[in-house]
Ligand binder design. Sequence first.
Ligand code: ATP
Length: 309
Amino acid sequence: MSDYAIDVSGLVKRFDNKVAVNGVDIKMPKGQVWGFLGPNGSGKTTTIRMICGLLQPSEGKGQCLGFDILKQSAQIKNLTGYMTQKFSFWGDLTIRENLEFVARLYQLKNIKQIVDNTLANLGLTHRQHQLAGALSGGWKQRLALAAVTMSNPKLLLLDEPTAGVDPQARRDFWDEIHKLSAQGLTVLVSTHYMDEAERCDQIVYLANGELITQGSVDEIIKQADIVAFQLKGHGIREQLQSIKQEEGVSSAAYFGAAVHVCGKNADELKDCLHKYQSDDISLTQVDVNLEDAFIQMMANAGFDQRQHG
Ligand SMILES: Nc1ncnc2c1ncn2[C@@H]1O[C@H](COP(=O)(O)OP(=O)(O)OP(=O)(O)O)[C@@H](O)[C@H]1O
C-alpha cells in the first residue's frame, strides 16, 4: 500500500484550445495538510477535479488513495470529501436536517449516530436546530465541512473553503482542519490567503497551469532567495513608483504606512534605498514573507502579476 494519498504525474487538461493544467506532478504523503495556491485561473480547481476522478485528464496518470485516477474514479469518490467553491445546502432545513439528508444521499447506515458524531466533532451540536439559511458565513462553511466529512473520507479536497469568511471564523475553520488531520485525514486546501498557506505542512503553487514551486513555507522563502526592507514614515507612500524603478528593486508594495521592498542583494538594495531615508523615514531590513517569495518566483518564471493576479 502506497504511503501517498495523492501520487499523480504529468497531469494535463485541455478545454478546446485552452491548456488549463500543463504537466503537474503531485506526490502528497498521507496525513498531511497541503495548501494549493496560485492566481485566479491558474488551474487549482481543475487539478483537484482530476485528482478526485471528477474530470478525465487529457494527459497524465496517477493514483489517489491507491486507486487509478483514470479507471477507478468511483472508488476514489467514495473515500474523498470534496468541498466545492459553491457548496449548496437547503436554507430552510436545519443543520441537523441537512446532514441527515446528505447521510441518506450517501446511503449511510446508523444515520442518527453518524449525524450526532459529526455534529459533536465539528462543534455544531448546540446549533443543530438552527436553519442553515440563517447561519453566518463561518457556520455555513462548518456545515459544509460536516457534510463532506460525514461519510468518513480518507482525503479532503477543499476548494477555497474560507473565501469571504471573517478572520476569526477562518481561524476556527483551520482548527477544525488540523483536528481532522490529527484524526488521520489527508487534506488538500486551495486558498488565496497567505496566513492559511502558513498553516500547511507543504504548499504547491501553480501559475498558468504550471507548478511553479512546492515546499514548506520556510523552503519556499529560502528558494526565492531575496531580501526585504521596509521604508516607514511620513511621505514614503508617495515615493512608491520611484522606488519601483530603482535598480536592485524586484518588487515594492504598500504595507499600511510603510513600503515593503524586495531585491536580490541586501547591500545593493540598502544602497539604493538609502536616499529615501530621512529623520522622518526609517529603513529597516525585515523578514521575507510568503507573498514576497511567490511574487519573486512568478517573476523568475516570466509571469507578470498584472496579467495573472
Ligand atoms: N469546463 C471548462 N471549460 C473551459 N475552460 C475551463 C473549464 N474549467 C476551467 N476552465 C479554464 O481553465 C483555467 C483554470 O481554471 P481553474 O478553475 O482550474 O483555476 P483556479 O486556479 O481554480 O482559479 P480560481 O482561483 O479563480 O478558482 C481557467 O482559464 C478557466 O477559465
